[in-house]
Design a protein. Structure first.
Ligand code: SF4
Ligand code: SF4
Ligand code: SF4
Lengths: 168, 694
């Protein structure tokens, strides 16, 4: 796992897919390729209906299947923070990483004949900024954080809710 | 070198504040303008596809003159000089024979319309029209009839609301960035949300209560709610005593419309309506019942909206935190406003071709009414209309029955389209004047009303990539060539800005830092004991004698909607948050999100017809038919089908979108002639289609 994690507050997500667009605009991922994707999960017969969207991107695995599968070393992991990314020049388009990833996360760019994937906008991170999808999410429901900070934030929110309920 | 410029988004009519980073003359990054706290860096998908639009070559990139038949798509690329000369040479004889009044201009309204109004006025025409007959006209006129104020004279304080009630106002998809953020904050703060719509949009998924109402019965439900509130005394008696007139008549009018009665019409149980009303009583005055944004739907949409306006008043939610408030302007902050361009030009006292203010005395002259203007083009009554400028407006998609519109517009001597895209209407025009994309153009300054009023500026961030111009350049040049240059003594946008700012003590440099200037640091609220309304009595009039005298009864008895003919389903339409009004279906990024629409159909209707999810179906009305895939879902009422709007373009150069999906407006034959008689909004939800398996 990279030292970062992206969390999503599903209650605030409106499925507007701006995150996908901000990603495509920044990364030029090519037609049909989505480094991050909103997956709709619907329960139409519930009252009121449940219409939720789940943000799915790359998990930047600690032991990345894609990296292990790549025959040329194009798919690699950054030492300093564990971001898994493709070095485009070295990608031969064999798609081994796509097959190897349990969630089929690496994306095929038909324009370049190479694989592309989420690198958490590492150039932005290096400039002290956050990834495009998170920076510009329409509702601010995505957070760029670390696992321990995410856990702390979730516990804080839960504690506040519990406290409120106790006072009722 | 990297530079940041603040401007105003132009990808949809919401016009959010945005910031663009530019490196060596090229656009690098766009985000929400975070100097505006409500906006932050947030940007919707359409705004995010701004650079993709600029780079898209499947758009008009130079002035075009038609060569072949109208609509045949044969164009000759010409210089701006030649395009202007051509327009002038066609306009001069029209003006000589029929007068300036025979020129019409329609756009999509908004804060920059002053320039176009000034242009048209300088030619001596009263016929400026915006798109509102397919949008908020019913809401606007309903507000006038209750408060004597327009629909934009109220705004909504979502964040502090306790209960937000939405009759089809799809906040999460027909989305305004700041509004949806406020809405979600309200939910986080514990507000209830009641969403009422025959289709469960994404907004239904955010609601605490969703009512899948029978299509066309909103007014019945509202009458039932009003009856319950009034009979149980669930309203703000003090506010009513002070500001509302006509309550006794209102009460007796409501007598037959009990919640039980309403339940029979709209399919929402009476006990549920009663529980809802009790909640309103608990939550008032921090209640917002949204009176509708786009409400050109049913023949009684005016009355439905009117009833909502009345309910808000009864609940005392006017000029109230957590309710509705008056957006304040420069005057409220003790400051002068922007000078108007239209005021540079002498008044035009001609009768309007569309009959607003004459044949239709109740309709505002300001925004006009396009369907009755089309009648004027068709019949030459009350006088001939021979030239039409369509400015980034697309009636062929926005208005029903494109085929009939084509027949009518073909009677024009001149049809000029000014657009960023090849709109379906532009494709039928005689001349296309390509406008620069919003990051490539300046616009006139706008007034930003709100609790903290101010002014905002759209400025050019990068040079046009193609041979395009900004609207202000186009209209000023046309005016000059038509001999009206004397009214517009401006050489540059700076000159225009300076003129607009003349009384304000500001200069355009004051906009550099943030893109806007606020005229007040703190929120301005009026004294709730001194509220003023625009009616003749100064009160909120449940019975409005002025409107009654114009033939519009204030308390209209309920008339049930037409039931779909046997075997037919009512056709409803709507949109997503990432493609609006057919403007973006061909955008290189946005087309990738969705390249066709589907027919939403309820499992009950689907099984009756023998359709399974994903089946290809034929949708038909009369001789109009087409095929798309079915989406079988409980999210649509059994009496209706639904499709996303803006698909099925017939403009072949839009290669990514051409022929994909179906265009709902084609199935609305005859609907150019059917509108809400009181409010003027077209009845866009009153067409029926048959559905069969292919
Ligand atoms: S931009 Fe934000 S709100 Fe919109 S779909 Fe993506 S995560 Fe959800
Ligand atoms: S592409 Fe798949 S395997 Fe590779 S790091 Fe991402 S989630 Fe893990
Ligand atoms: S809602 Fe989106 S497209 Fe519309 S103005 Fe705002 S950012 Fe631009």
């Amino acid at each position: 796992m990279s030292k970062y994690i992206v969390t999503q507050n599903v209650a605030d997500c409106i499925g507007c897919r701006a995150c996908e667009v901000h990603c495509k605009d920044k990364n030029n991922s090519g037609p049909g390729a989505f480094y991050c994707r909103m997956i709709e999960v619907t329960e139409a017969t519930a009252t009121p209906p449940r219409i939720d969207f789940v943000y799915l991107s790359c998990f930047h695995c600690e032991k990345a299947w894609c990296v292990d599968a790549c025959p040329t070393g194009a798919m690699r992991r950054r030492d300093q923070d564990g971001i898994v990314f493709v070095e485009e020049g070295a990608c031969v388009g064999c798609k081994a990483c796509i097959t190897a990833c349990p969630w089929t996360v690496p994306q095929w760019n038909p324009d370049t004949g190479k694989v592309g994937k989420c690198d958490l906008c590492k150039d932005r991170i290096d400039a002290g900024l956050e990834p495009a999808c998170i920076t510009k999410c329409t509702t601010g429901c995505l957070s760029f954080t670390t696992p321990s900070a995410a856990s702390q934030a979730a516990r804080q929110a839960f504690a506040e809710r519990m406290h409120q309920n106790l006072r009722r | 070198m990297t530079e940041t410029r603040h401007t105003i988004c132009g990808m949809c009519a919401v016009r959010c504040p945005v910031s663009v980073q530019i490196k060596d003359g090229q656009p690098e990054w766009i985000e929400g303008n975070s100097h505006d706290g409500g906006m932050g860096k947030s940007l919707c998908a359409k705004g995010g596809a701004t650079f993709a639009q600029r780079g898209d070559r499947q758009r008009p990139t130079a002035p075009l003159l038609r060569r072949g038949q109208r609509g045949a798509g044969e164009w000759r690329e010409v210089s701006w000089d030649e395009a202007f000369d051509y327009i002038v040479s066609r306009l001069q004889p029209i003006i000589a024979e029929h007068g300036g009044r025979s020129i019409l201009l329609s756009d999509r309204g908004g804060p920059f319309a002053d320039l176009r109004q000034a242009f048209l006025k300088s030619l001596g025409s009263p016929n400026y029209i915006n798109h509102d007959c397919t949008c908020g006209r019913n809401v606007h006129h309903a507000a006038k009839s209750v408060y004597g104020l327009g629909r934009k004279d109220f705004a909504y304080d979502y964040e502090n609301s306790r209960h937000i009630v939405l009759f089809g106002r799809n906040i999460t998809e027909s989305l305004k960035v700041k509004e949806v953020k406020g809405f979600l904050k309200a939910i986080k703060n514990g507000a209830r949300v009641t969403y009422i719509d025959p289709r469960a949009s994404i907004t239904a998924g955010k609601a605490s209560r969703y009512w899948q109402i029978r299509p066309g019965t909103d007014y019945a439900l509202l009458l039932g709610i009003a009856n319950c509130l009034v009979n149980n005394g669930y309203y703000d008696h003090e506010f009513a005593a002070r500001y509302i007139s006509g309550l006794p008549e209102f009460k007796s009018f409501l007598a037959p419309y009990t919640p039980e009665w309403a339940a029979g019409e709209c399919g929402i149980a009476a006990t549920e309506i009663e529980t809802f009303c009790r909640e309103l009583n608990e939550d008032r005055p921090k209640v917002i019942i949204h009176p509708g944004w786009m409400l050109a739907r049913y023949r009684d949409s005016f009355y439905a909206s009117r009833m909502i306006h009345i309910l808000n008043a009864l609940l005392g939610s006017i000029e109230q935190p957590g309710g509705l408030f008056y957006p304040k302007g420069p005057k409220d902050a003790g400051k002068s406003g922007l000078k108007s361009l239209a005021s540079l030009v002498p008044a035009v006292n001609e009768e309007r071709a569309d009959g607003c203010g004459s044949r239709y005395p109740q309709w505002d002259k300001g925004a006009g009414m396009l369907q009755t203007a089309l009648e004027a083009i068709d019949t030459g009554e009350p006088y001939p209309v021979k030239a039409y400028f369509v400015h980034r407006h697309n009636p062929f998609i926005a208005m029903p029955d494109t085929r009939e519109q084509r027949r009518i517009l073909d009677k024009l001597d001149l049809l000029v389209a000014v657009d960023v895209n090849f709109s379906e209407t532009a494709w039928f025009a005689d001349v296309i004047l390509p406008e620069s994309t919003f990051i490539e153009r300046d616009s006139i300054l706008r007034t930003e009303k709100g609790l903290k009023p101010g002014f905002g500026r759209r400025q050019q961030c990068v040079k046009p990539q193609n041979n395009t111009k900004a609207g202000w350049e186009i209209y000023l040049e046309l005016a000059r060539r038509l001999g009206k240059g004397e009214y517009f003594p401006f050489k540059s946008i700076e000159d225009i800005w300076q003129y607009q700012l003349q009384d304000t003590g500001l200069t355009s440099a004051d906009f550099d830092a943030k893109g806007f200037v606020k005229l007040s640091d703190k929120a301005i609220w009026y004294d709730r004991d001194q509220l003023k309304f625009g009616t003749e009595s100064g009160k909120i009039e449940l019975v409005n004698p002025k409107w009654e005298a114009m033939g519009v009864p204030s308390l209209a008895p309920y008339v049930p909607p037409v039931t779909p003919p046997s075997g037919s389903l009512r056709l409803l339409f709507g949109r997503t948050g990432y493609q609006a009004h057919g403007m973006h279906q061909n955008n290189p990024i946005l087309c990738d999100l969705l390249d066709t629409n589907r027919l939403w159909i309820n499992p009950i209707a689907a099984s009756r017809i023998g359709i399974k999810d994903g089946d290809l179906v034929t949708v038909a009305n009369g001789d109009q038919q087409g095929q798309i895939a079915a989406y079988v879902t409980d999210r649509i009422h059994p009496e209706a089908v639904f499709m996303l709007h803006g698909f099925g373009t017939d403009v072949p150069v839009k290669k990514r979108a051409f022929g994909r999906g179906l265009a709902d407006q084609l199935f609305m034959q005859g609907k150019l002639k059917e509108w809400d008689k009181a409010g003027g909004g077209l009845n866009l939800a009153e067409s029926f289609v048959t559905v069969t398996r292919v």
